[in-house]
Design a protein around this ligand. Structure first.
Ligand SMILES: [Zn+2]
Length: 472
């Protein structure tokens, strides 16, 4: 038997997310090295021996979740500090605070973000280019064992959110440097992409060059694409087209392009995305907390200056667009647990469209797992439990009140469970969480360190955000 083999047996259910979406009752999985070798009934695999056996009695085994949009590296330092009354003004403060952080601080805040992700069952995430010290990030990725996509979120147009503005050539060089230096690191667990921040903070040349670099290096490109009504109006005024058609006219939309948020589209843009094969990451956690109107009427939003872009997720899915889920950062969504984004996406459109079948539990789970992996070009590697795929897995302990009673494991996972029940997590064949405890870090000590980083950061920058209620 291979020295690194693991067998998980007696799982109450395995939600495979394979091509026929089989759910295996009393199932077993055999892992050899970093990959899944066999999947079946425990009885069928009874004779298979392994170095390590995990008894999954009472547990549901599901693919590790995929989070396609999560700024992991800085938010935990001052998470939860911005009062609701700050509105969109929080974002310039976010980047002011981050710009003051050191590499060691970013390492620790990244590690805490990743700890939270892994502990609650997310094994792959995309950091949309905001990690300032990628070598420090790499230490956290190595230590934790996560699967991650990184990049450099460059801009070459002055912007109101305090992002550094590069000369276009410098920005292009930064994009390429990160792809060259990091793509394929840590045995392929790290991928690096082109990540111009957004169409409105990047010149046409930067967008085109970024796409060219993505193609040349065989990677993808991601953009923030959260179209407020005012951006749609300015795109119509300045480019003569809506934002999706503008990107299409630049030759930027393609199968290796992932648009995050994708709010504020109209049906013609949905058709443009579908035709070009561009992918989408829906971020319901950010949308609902920021008041983006993700589920507002698909009719045109009320007018320029009204930040209510609306969302056409059911229409995108009907058009065959590959969609995944993201959570955005720990200081705008505040939560980064993919499970909770999955819950929101399953319920929000039911309410908005007055239909309980608008986005089903099955669709929501697809978006969080195999759909998410496919949106990131990782559908051949992760997102389902099948022989040959990477062993990225989460075991949920169903012997808990929120899982009871259990008849339909998909409904229970989407609607009543959350990350609290995640008992064991495996990434790339390595057990990183066991008995609800991350194995790669002293979690309470890390939390105390990050609290101190946040307090120190506020003292250094002189920023403060009074709370509405007196703290006595
Ligand atoms: Zn973002």
């Amino acid at each position: 038997m291979p020295a690194t083999s693991i067998k998980i047996e007696n799982a109450r259910y395995i939600i495979t997310m394979d091509g026929s979406r089989r759910i295996i009752r009393n199932g077993a999985v055999v892992i050899e090295g970093s990959r899944i070798a066999q999947v079946g009934k425990s009885a069928e695999l009874a004779s298979v021996a392994a170095k390590r056996v995990i008894d999954a009695d009472g547990m549901v085994l599901a693919p590790g979740m995929v989070n396609g949009h999560l700024h992991v590296s800085y938010a935990h330092a001052t998470r939860g500090i911005f009062p609701d009354s700050l509105g969109p003004d929080y974002l310039p403060n976010v980047f002011r605070l981050q710009s003051a952080m050191t590499a060691d601080e970013e390492y620790l805040t990244s590690l805490l973000g990743i700890t939270e992700l892994l502990k609650y069952g997310t094994t792959t995430f995309l950091d949309p280019g905001s990690t300032k010290f990628l070598d420090a990030g790499l230490r956290a990725y190595e230590q934790s064992g996560c699967r991650v996509i990184v990049g450099a979120h460059v801009t070459d147009i002055p912007n109101p959110v305090n992002l550094p503005v590069y000369e276009t050539a410098e920005a292009v060089a930064a994009v390429e440097r990160v792809i060259r230096d990091y793509d394929g690191a840590l045995d392929g667990r790290v991928r690096a992409w082109a990540m111009p921040f957004s169409p409105n903070f990047a010149t046409p040349r930067l967008l085109r060059e970024s796409k060219r670099l993505a193609d040349r290096h065989g990677v993808s490109l991601t953009l923030h694409f959260n179209n407020s009504a005012s951006y749609v109006q300015s795109s119509l005024r300045e480019n003569g087209t809506r934002p999706a058609q503008y990107l299409d006219s630049l030759g930027v939309l393609d199968q290796n392009v992932v648009l995050s948020h994708a709010l504020g589209l109209d049906q013609s843009e949905v058709e443009t995305l579908a035709r070009t094969g561009a992918k989408v990451v829906a971020v319901p956690t950010a949308a609902v907390k920021s008041g983006f109107g993700m589920t507002a009427s698909p009719n045109p939003p009320p007018g320029p200056g009204v930040n209510m872009p609306g969302g056409l997720l059911p229409e995108m899915l009907d058009a065959g667009i590959t969609v995944g889920l993201g959570t955005d950062a720990g200081n705008n969504s505040n939560l980064i647990e993919t499970n909770r984004a999955m819950y929101l996406i399953a319920v929000l459109y039911k309410d908005a469209r007055r239909s309980s079948s608008a986005i089903t539990a099955e669709t929501a789970l697809e978006l969080a797992t195999i759909g998410g992996a496919q949106s990131l070009g990782l559908g051949g590697e992760t997102g389902s439990i099948e022989p040959g795929k990477k062993a990225d897995l989460a075991l949920y302990d169903t012997r808990r009140a929120e899982w009871a009673t259990l008849f339909n494991p998909v409904n229970s996972l989407v609607y009543n469970a959350d990350g609290r029940s995640v008992h064991t997590v495996i990434v790339d064949g390595r057990v990183v969480v066991q008995n609800h405890t991350p194995l790669f870090v002293d979690e309470p000590a890390l939390i105390a360190e990050v609290q101190a980083i946040g307090e120190n950061l506020l003292a250094r920058t002189g920023l403060s955000f009074p709370q509405p209620w007196p703290v006595v």
